[in-house]
Design a protein. Structure first.
Length: 84
């Protein structure tokens, strides 16, 4: 599985600082899920854990699902993706 660190964010119109902040946030969340493979959080729980508002947290979790780092369960929680 490719890690987020190996994925390049390619939006030439994005503000460089915002892109870097987003990249750092995604790497931080990915790292937490890698360190705790059983981590299973709702958007609300994840937001509280990382000190994020619900919109930012949902965006970050969705981005990690799209990159196949995480998966969303039928109950709406987010788990680390384990398939290759």
């Amino acid at each position: 599985m490719t890690t987020l660190a190996e994925v390049e964010l390619t939006n030439p119109d994005a503000d460089l600082r915002m892109t870097e902040s987003l990249r750092e946030l995604l790497l931080r969340i990915e790292g937490e899920y890698r360190e705790m493979p059983g981590l299973n959080l709702t958007v609300f729980q994840a937001g509280r854990l990382w000190g994020l508002n619900s919109t930012t947290c949902a965006f970050a979790l969705t981005a990690l699902v799209e990159r196949r780092v995480l998966r969303q369960t039928a109950s709406g929680t987010y788990l680390r993706e384990t398939s290759a």
